[in-house]
Each structure stands twice: as structure tokens, then as C-alpha cells.
Write a protein that binds this ligand. Structure first.
Ligand SMILES: Nc1ncnc2c1ncn2[C@@H]1O[C@H](COP(=O)(O)OP(=O)(O)OP(=O)(O)O)[C@@H](O)[C@H]1O
Ligand SMILES: [Mg+2]
Length: 465
């Protein structure tokens, strides 16, 4: 679960989307705070300017029409702007209120302390804030002070509206950009995935004719795809040339070997040969046989590994194949004082090629007998579980040193001790691997030096036959 989560977050698409969302969100928030602060300062300054302008206009009226003229004007205005959060107060020099408008609007408990303002010179003012009111205290004359207050509520309403608009517009912009970002990122990662899928396909199944799909978008990824395809063309060509060279060398070798063999056979049937000479000729014939076998193996391997050859497969009875091989090897094993045992379930089928599968299993049984000890044992198991068919070959032989285990499937590789002592070219297991690959089967090898080796082959069960 936790590792799945790590895998999910390490995907390049998720990383880009997360980074993209984070950057987008941060930019949106920064822009919002900048706009918000600008408006807040702007509205605050505007309120102050309005208050100053209004107070100055009243001062002119006060000068022209005296206190009663100003009072009438203020009362009239207060009547009109009843619903606006604004109030006017006029104080006399003792601090007593002479006029008080809009007393109902949140100003009931508003206490304006005029003590400090008594010292103000006439025609000067002070701007201040009391509770949530912006206030101007304007000294009209030595006798009267005018106070105008405007609630911050209107400004706050505007700012709240701005926040609301930002949330809505911001969410839409964020979602749209996110969808755009996801679309772009997925299209990029899809192209990368195409490249990696092709590489994976070639690596696992040797399908050298596979190519990265070209979208023709003329971007860097398209260039990369073209470059990889170009490289694949060259690799395919190289493998083809290598295969052709191997095949032609192998074919060229076959004819002289056949000639050596037939000449040796002709010599052998002459009856005036010494025993030593006859033995030598028999040895030469045996060696030509193994050379021929090696050439055959090389040709088959080159065909199987070419990436273009596909084995013809059908439903085959693996139990019967194993039984046939058991009968073939049983007596040969006895000549080497080795007991070959069979432990199989009947009627087990796989989707395969009988000729090649027989060849692979024969090599494994041959190895198990060849690399065994005197009075040793080889057991062949065949069974199936819910998903797979399992073939196991267990021997009590010389085993394979741990440090050689990973080299065992390489072409021509033979563990040092096998050289000279045991016959063989070291191509058997490479062939087994190539054949099993064509059957989507896996092979595992467990071995302990001097104790024995166990080979486990897992075939997929037939599903649609
Ligand atoms: N069952 C086994 N027990 C011990 N060693 C083994 C066993 N199977 C394989 N090996 C080691 O792995 C090497 C490679 O095996 P592989 O079958 O490829 O070649 P080979 O048997 O020597 O020759 P070929 O199969 O071509 O006749 C062998 O030479 C041997 O050293
Ligand atoms: Mg072998």
C-alpha cells in the first residue's frame, strides 16, 4: 500500500502536475493579496479624502451662514443619506453635543473623546479611527467642532465582494489551468511511455522489428523517437548481418565436416587396420558428430534469437512428451549407475512446439545425468496448479558453484570442472532458455555444490484452446 503510494507519487505526470498546481496556486494567492491590499489602501484613502472634502465644504457654509445655516444643511443631508453609514456631530467648546445625526446607525455607544482636540487651532483637522468608523474632527472655530464619521462597513463589503469574486474566478482559472496542464503532461508522458514500451518489448521478447510510433508533432520527443527508431534500424541490421554470418559459417563448416566423416567411415571399413588406428577413426567420427550437433545448435539458437522467427505452437500433451523422454534416457542413465525416476500427473497440456520443447527437456535431463555422481538419482516431476504447469528436474549431482550460477545460460559457458571431463559444447542451456522464451515460460535454477541441482520450469496454463 505504502510502496504503491510512493510509486504513484514518483510518476513523472504526478510530479509535474503537483509542481504545476503548487506554482499556479501560489501565483493566484500572491496576485490576490496584491489586488486586495491595493484596494484596501485605495478605499481607505478615498474615504479620508471624501471626509476632508466634506468637512471643508461645511466650514465654508459655517462661515457664510453661521451655525444655524450649517445645522439646517446637515439635517437636510442626513435625511437624504439615511441609509448610508455616516454621521455628523457638532460640539460646542464645553464638549456638549449641539447636533447629532443618524444616531441609530451603530453610533449609539460611540464615544468620541474631544479632550485632546480642544487645543487644535481653528480651521485644522485630525483624521482618526474609532471603532469601525473613519472620523474627521474639524475645528470650525474656537466655539464649534465638527465631527463626521463614515463607517468602514461599506469598504469591507466591497472587499468581501472582491474576495468572493476571487474565490470563484480563482477556482475556475485553477481548474481550467489544471485540466490544461494534465492534458499537456499526459500527452508528453504518453510519448515517453511509447518509447519505453518499445524498448521493453525489444528487451523482453527480442522483437527487433518494433518501432516507436511517430506522431509528427515536430517536437523534441518526436526527434528522440526518430533517433531511437534510427538506432533500432541499425541494431536490427547488425543482428541480421551477425545472424547471416553465423549461418553462412555454420553452413560452410557442415560440408567439410561431412566429407571428413565419410572419408573416415570409408577408412574404417578397411579390414587391415590396427586396433589403435580403428579407435582413432572412431574418435574422429564421434568428434565430427559433436561438431555437427554444435553447428545445428548454433543455427537453431541464431534462428530463435533473431527476433523475427516465431515458433509454431499448438496444444501438446506435456505428460506424454516427458514420458517418452524418460523412456529414452532411462537405460542410458542406468549405464552410468544413475536411477531416473518419474513423478508426473497425466494429461497435462500446454501451448507449445513438441519438437523444440522435447529438445529443451532432453538437454536438462541429459545435464542431470551427465553431471551426476555414481549411484546418483534424477527425479522428474510434472504437475499443475491453478495458473501454471510446473516441470521440475532434480538431481543429486556435482552441483554448480554459487558464483557461476548467473553465467550458466551464456553461450558456450561450461563450469571449469566440466571442461575436459564431460562432453558437450555449452550451448544446451542457451538453447533451453531461447526455446522457453518462445513459450512464455520461466526457468529457475537452484544448486548446491556437491549436493545437486534443481531446475524449475513454469509454463502458463492453456486458457483459450
Ligand atoms: N544439472 C547440472 N549439474 C551440474 N552442472 C550443470 C548442470 N546443468 C548444467 N551444468 C553446468 O552448466 C554448463 C552449461 O550447461 P549446458 O547444458 O549449456 O552445456 P553442456 O551440457 O556442457 O553442453 P551441451 O548441452 O551443449 O551438450 C555445463 O557445462 C555444466 O558445467
Ligand atoms: Mg547440456
Amino acid at each position: 500500500m505504502f510502496s504503491n503510494l510512493i510509486k504513484f507519487f514518483s510518476r513523472i505526470t504526478i510530479k509535474i502536475i503537483l509542481l504545476y498546481s503548487f506554482t499556479l496556486l501560489t501565483s493566484l494567492l500572491i496576485s490576490f493579496f496584491m489586488v486586495y491590499s491595493f484596494f484596501e489602501i485605495y478605499l481607505e484613502n478615498k474615504t479620508k479624502d471624501d471626509l476632508i472634502e466634506k468637512a471643508k465644504a461645511y466650514k465654508i457654509l459655517y462661515k457664510q451662514e453661521g451655525l444655524s445655516g450649517l445645522k439646517n444643511q446637515i439635517i437636510k443631508e442626513a435625511e437624504i443619506i439615511k441609509n448610508v453609514e455616516i454621521f455628523f456631530k457638532i460640539y460646542d467648546k464645553k464638549g456638549e453635543i449641539i447636533l447629532n445625526t443618524n444616531t441609530g446607525i451603530h453610533t449609539k455607544n460611540l464615544v468620541i473623546n474631544l479632550e485632546n482636540y480642544g487645543k487644535l487651532n481653528p480651521d485644522t483637522y485630525i483624521l482618526t479611527t474609532v471603532d469601525y468608523f473613519d472620523i474627521i474632527i474639524y475645528k470650525l472655530s474656537n466655539k464649534h467642532i465638527l465631527v463626521i464619521g463614515k463607517s468602514k462597513l461599506d469598504n469591507n463589503k466591497l472587499l468581501n465582494r472582491l474576495t468572493e469574486i476571487f474565490y470563484k474566478a480563482g477556482t475556475i482559472v485553477f481548474l481550467l489551468s489544471l485540466v490544461g496542464g494534465i492534458l499537456i503532461t499526459t500527452s508528453i508522458t504518453k510519448k515517453i511511455k511509447n518509447i519505453s514500451n518499445t524498448a521493453k518489448d525489444i528487451a523482453t521478447s527480442m522483437k527487433l522489428d518494433r518501432r516507436v510510433p511517430i506522431t509528427g508533432t515536430k517536437d523534441e520527443l518526436n526527434d528522440l523517437a526518430l533517433l531511437i527508431n534510427d538506432l533500432l534500424d541499425r541494431i536490427e541490421q547488425l543482428v541480421k548481418t551477425l545472424k547471416e554470418t553465423t549461418e553462412s559459417i555454420a553452413h560452410d563448416l557442415k560440408t567439410p565436416i561431412a566429407r571428413i566423416r565419410s572419408s573416415t567411415e570409408n577408412l574404417l571399413i578397411k579390414n587391415n587396420l590396427s586396433t589403435e588406428c580403428s579407435n582413432l577413426l572412431v574418435y574422429i567420427i564421434e568428434e565430427t558428430n559433436s561438431l555437427n550437433q554444435m553447428i545445428e545448435d548454433l543455427l537453431t539458437l541464431s534462428k530463435l534469437e533473431s527476433g523475427t522467427f516465431v515458433l509454431q505452437k499448438e496444444k501438446i500433451n506435456l505428460s506424454n512428451i516427458v514420458k517418452k523422454l524418460y523412456n529414452l534416457f532411462k537405460d542410458y542413465a542406468l549405464t552410468k549407475s544413475i536411477t531416473l525416476k518419474l513423478n508426473i500427473t497425466d494429461e497435462i497440456y500446454i501451448n507449445g512446439n513438441e519438437k523444440y520443447i522435447s529438445r529443451a527437456i532432453a538437454n536438462l535431463i541429459d545435464n542431470a545425468i551427465k553431471f551426476n555422481k555414481e549411484n546418483g538419482e534424477v527425479v522428474i516431476y510434472l504437475y499443475e496448479d491453478q495458473e501454471n504447469v510446473i516441470l521440475k528436474i532434480e538431481d543429486t549431482g556435482i552441483g554448480i558453484p554459487e558464483d557461476k550460477l548467473d553465467k550458466i545460460f551464456e553461450k558456450f559457458y561450461r563450469v571449469d570442472e566440466s571442461r575436459g571431463v564431460y562432453s558437450g559444447s555449452g550451448l544446451g542451456l542457451s538453447l533451453v532458455k531461447a526455446i522457453l522464451q518462445q513459450h512464455d515460460a520461466s526457468i529457475e535454477l537452484f544448486s548446491k555444490e556437491n549436493l545437486g541441482t534443481t531446475i524449475v520450469i513454469t509454463f502458463p496454463k492453456i486458457t483459450n484452446l
